[in-house]
Design a protein around this ligand. Structure first.
Ligand code: PBG
Length: 328
């Protein structure tokens, strides 16, 4: 960098500030998550996530329309099934909550990109992201390979219903490759995969687990989610997912992991998504509710920071508000 003899700080007018801004966020980058129940008509507030609801299938289609109408290009769907069991068998039913919701949303808004979360934790009665087995030491753990088989069936059910992007969030090894080949074998070559590649074992998922009714009944998710202290491991996980066929990779949560987002953006040439998770949303909402933060300013600053770090897509519960705030 060449410094002038007499360093001078330019006082920017707001117009010049607007012209020289380095990071611009747009509604095109936003993805809105939705929690969907099997019933037709439900709009049940989620207490730990003010402004977010568990929605029945008809209400989800209406919400999707509102999301589309403010210019947001995509939704990410989470299912809350009536029936939960040990294997999570409702996850791969063709008439399960997500296939029915996808079909309904696509009929109402054909141009809205529908992304589905592929995982078992919402569908198992024990709340873990996979099939549980006894280990040689007689403890319980997730059976990686048995889980991948089931995730493949779940992904096919979602694709068959019309999902545009499948988003596996379980962190099992080999799931991206297995899902990609199954999609291709069933003529779903045009269905993309957004991989939750670097998913940290985070305390910031707390409100989500209320929303999706999926807290683990025993133990925690540390055997399959990443240690918050690890950065290199994230880049390894991302390169494996890309090699297996991921079209978009994701880092989750966003705010404590901005360095991971930056490294991923520098290291790889696929789009990087960041998940601004439930706990990050709840913190802003709670502080704003007490008058301790300006919600709009704080949210736009957070979204700008995530994009400045290198994310080209942001999954956020603030999507609808941000879309309105970004329209001038
Ligand atoms: C798992 C999943 C979780 C989230 C997204 N997908 C929960 C978890 O891993 O425990 C959390 C998202 C959020 O907190 O907003 N299906």
């Amino acid at each position: 960098m060449i410094l002038p003899d007499r360093p001078r700080r330019l006082r920017l007018t707001s117009t010049i500030r607007r012209m020289t801004r380095e990071t611009r966020i747009s509604v095109d980058q936003l993805i809105a998550p939705l929690f969907i129940r099997e019933e037709e008509q439900v709009r049940s507030p989620i207490s730990s996530m003010p402004g977010q609801y568990q929605l029945g299938i008809a209400d989800a289609a209406e919400e999707a329309q509102r999301i589309y109408d403010v210019g947001i290009p995509a939704v990410l769907l989470f299912g809350i099934p009536e029936h939960k069991d040990n294997e999570g068998s409702s996850a791969w039913r063709k008439d399960g909550v997500i296939p029915r919701a996808v079909d309904r949303i696509k009929k109402r808004c054909p141009d809205l990109c529908v992304i589905t979360d592929v995982c078992l934790c919402e569908y198992t009665d024990h709340g873990h992201c996979g099939i549980i087995k006894k280990t040689r030491r007689n403890t319980l753990d997730v059976d990686n390979d048995a889980t991948v088989e089931v995730l493949v069936r779940e992904a096919l059910a979602h694709a068959d219903a019309g999902a545009d992007i499948i988003a596996p969030s379980d962190m099992m090894d080999g799931r991206i490759g297995a899902i990609r080949s199954a999609l291709d074998a069933h003529s779903f070559e045009d269905v993309a995969i957004m991989a939750y590649s670097a998913k940290y074992a985070s305390s910031f998922y707390g409100p989500f687990r209320d929303a999706a009714e999926s807290p683990p009944a025993f133990g925690d998710r540390r055997s399959y989610q990443m240690d918050p202290a690890n950065a290199l491991e994230a880049q390894r996980e991302i390169s494996i997912d890309i090699a297996e066929g991921a079209d978009i990779i994701m880092i989750k949560p966003a705010l404590p992991y901005l360095d991971i987002i930056r490294q991923a953006a520098d290291n790889f040439d696929v789009p990087v998504a960041a998940y601004n998770v439930s706990g990050e949303y709840a913190m802003v909402k709670a502080a704003a509710d007490r008058g301790w933060l300006d919600e709009k300013q704080a949210t736009l600053e957070i979204l700008t920071g995530i994009c400045r770090a290198g994310a080209s897509l942001v999954i956020t519960y603030f999507a609808q508000d941000a879309a309105k705030w970004l329209q001038k």
